[in-house]
Structure formats: C-alpha cells, structure tokens
Design a protein around this ligand. Structure first.
Ligand code: PLP
Ligand code: SF4
Length: 347
C-alpha cells in the first residue's frame, strides 16, 4: 500500500508535467526489469523467451504511459502491450516477419505507394513506444531521414502523380521527428498542387501527450493542406486527462481526429472493452476509424484473435452503438486497391 502511494506520487511528478516531450522520450524505461520493479511486479515474470524478445525488439515505455498502468497487476492491458512475454521466444508456423510485404511497394526512397489516391511517406523508423504486437518489430529501419536530393525526388514523384491527393506521414512514428523538419515537409508538400490533405499516423500524442505543443500546432495551423490525424489507441485506459487536453488542442487547430486499433488478445478482445473504447474516443473528440484484424507477426502469436471472434465482436458493437462509433474491421492484403473490409454480417 505504501508502495502504491509512492508510485502515485511519481506518476504525478511535477518534473514530468513540465518536461518537454523530448525529455520525456529520453527518460523512457528501456529495461524490462525496471518496468516490472516500478509496477511492484516480480522479475520472475521475465522468462528466457521474454529476454529473447527484448533483445530483438527492446522495451521502450515513456513515463506518461507507465503512469496509466495499474500498480501490481500483471494482466493490465496497457502493460501487456509493452511487456515481452515468454511466447515471444517460441516460433510458431505461419507467423512471419513481413506479413504486409511492404518491401515491394517503394515508389522512391521514403515513399510507399500501394493505393491510387494516397501514398505513405516514411519520415522515421523510430517510435516513442515499442508495441510487442507490431509488425514493424522486424524492420531494422535505421532512421529514414532522407537526403535533400531524395526529398526532391519525393516531391517530383508526387508532382508527376496528380491522382495522389493525400500524403500520409508514417514511420515508425512520424511525430518522433522534430517540428523543424516536419514543418519543412509540410511546406514542400504544400507546393504540390494536387495534394489537398496531409494525414499523420501517430501514436505519440497518446503515449506522450506533451508532444502536442506550440511548435506542432504552429505548423499544422499554417499549412494550406487539411490535416487529418489518425491516432492509435487500443484500450480506454490509454485516454487520460492529458490525452484529452492534447486532442482538444488539435481539434481547435482544425485537425480531424480518427483512431485505429488492433484487436489484441488480453487487451481489448471483449465487446464491453471495445464499446467503452468507442465511447471514450468520442468523448475525447476522436472517431473510431479502423479495427485491424490481427496479422500473424512472428513473436506475437499470444495476441492472436481469430477472425471469427473479431467478426462476432464487431457484430455485437453494431447492436450496441450508433454506426459512427463502430470501427471498420479491416485487414491489409497484398495486391488489393485498398484495405479489405471483413464482412461481419448482420445479427
Ligand atoms: C493503410 C494504408 C494507407 C491508407 O489507407 P486508408 O484506407 O486510406 O486509411 C495508404 N497506404 C498504405 C500503404 C497503407 O497501408
Ligand atoms: S507505435 Fe505504432 S509503429 Fe510504433 S511499435 Fe507501436 S504500433 Fe508499431
């Protein structure tokens, strides 16, 4: 009990509240032992498989995320997303390292194009948090920072492809990059006449809400492009007051806020959780967009939820929620013109 109080105080450490996002990022917990110790959990939870997982894809948990994990609960849904488990060391047939075959779709370095009207611009390979279920765990991207010539190639490729009207900043996490560089990108992209929207796929405003600062809001407000931000939240407990404040600031800056989740065993594989998530998203000014069916990523089979169970859960959501709060259940399949909608059928 005394320890619980200590953790509460630490979670509200005024140093953390005043810190810039860069400082918070640099202070992230990067050892699984530290993570468990901070939460009052036994380090024997870490088996050999967990150490293998950590060696391949290191633990990274920023303080604001840690503060949302329930003390002393090894099954906490936020902890499960970041703690390597024994299962990571056990290969499983059919679970592969590049389920999306993204390596084949590079238009010019940094630009991935699979769909007609939109292209992904990979601005960095870094993330603020390392999610154990992520397919990107197997991409040893170094920083995707492009040279000036490569950046010009991206802009000329886009200018020569007028059917592309939306560029998606992706990664890694594109907001792990500093705002000076992002503002340069936003300005270069504004010079492409056919572009109307700039989309940002990022988990950072959720993981470290302090990321939404004057510098970020500044270049977003200045851009001629309509800005859409797709955040990534899997469980309602990820949304705290700081996240709501950050979302409010983005909304005031005219940003359209959407969310994508992944269906994950032991995190959100229950209709009650998904319903609470949709309600909490709406209350924070965010609409549910995609619910990704689980991809068979090597080292992550302990998160697997079958398509049949996922479909049944979304059917249940359709019965409980207004249509605009039901996420689209999708999977990305190679060679399709867009994401594939999984048919959930009717009740
Ligand atoms: C998901 C994805 C997009 C965006 O697709 P939307 O359906 O517009 O959200 C674009 N390019 C690639 C390569 C993607 O994987
Ligand atoms: S933040 Fe996104 S890209 Fe980065 S590890 Fe998590 S799920 Fe993967």
């Amino acid at each position: 009990m005394i320890q619980r109080t200590a953790v509460r105080i630490e979670a509200h450490n005024p140093d953390n509240e005043r810190a810039t996002w860069q400082t918070l990022l640099a202070r992230s917990v990067t050892r699984p032992e530290t993570l468990l110790q901070r939460l009052g959990l036994d380090s024997r939870l870490l088996s050999d498989g967990a150490h293998t997982g950590h060696a391949a894809f290191p633990v990274r948990v920023p303080e604001p995320w840690l503060a949302r994990i329930r003390y002393g609960d090894p099954a906490d849904p936020l902890l499960r997303q970041v703690l390597p488990l024994a299962d990571e060391g056990e290969p499983r047939p059919g679970f592969v390292s590049d389920p999306l075959q993204e390596a084949d779709a590079t238009a010019t370095p940094g630009l991935i194009r699979k769909y007609r009207s939109r292209a992904l611009l990979m601005v960095t390979g870094q993330c603020a948090i390392n999610c154990r279920y992520c397919f990107r765990r197997h991409f040893p991207y170094e920083d995707h920072r492009l040279t000036p010539t490569q950046r010009e190639d991206v802009i000329s490729t886009l200018t020569a492809s007028p059917e592309i009207n939306e560029v998606i900043l992706s990664g890694g996490d594109p907001l792990a990059v500093n705002d000076r560089l992002l503002a340069q990108w936003a300005s270069a992209l504004s010079s492409v006449p056919s572009l109307t929207r700039l989309r940002i796929h990022s988990r950072l405003p959720v993981v470290i809400p302090q990321r939404v600062d004057d510098a970020l809001v500044g270049w977003i407000e200045q851009s001629r492009l309509d800005v859409v931000m797709v955040v990534h939240i899997n469980h309602p407990a990820e949304i705290d007051d700081d996240v709501r404040t950050a979302m409010n600031r983005l909304k005031s800056a005219g940003v359209t806020l959407l969310n994508q989740s992944v269906i994950l065993q032991g995190v959100n594989d229950h209709p009650d959780t998904l319903q609470a998530l949709s309600e909490a998203l709406f209350a924070a000014g965010i609409l549910p967009y995609y619910l990704h069916a689980f991809d068979p990523v090597a080292g992550a089979h302990h998160f697997d939820v079958s398509d049949d169970r996922a479909r049944a859960m979304v059917r249940e959501l359709q019965a409980r929620l207004p249509g605009y709060l039901v996420p689209r259940l999708v999977r990305e399949l190679p060679g399709r013109p867009g994401k594939t909608l999984l048919d959930v059928g009717m009740e």
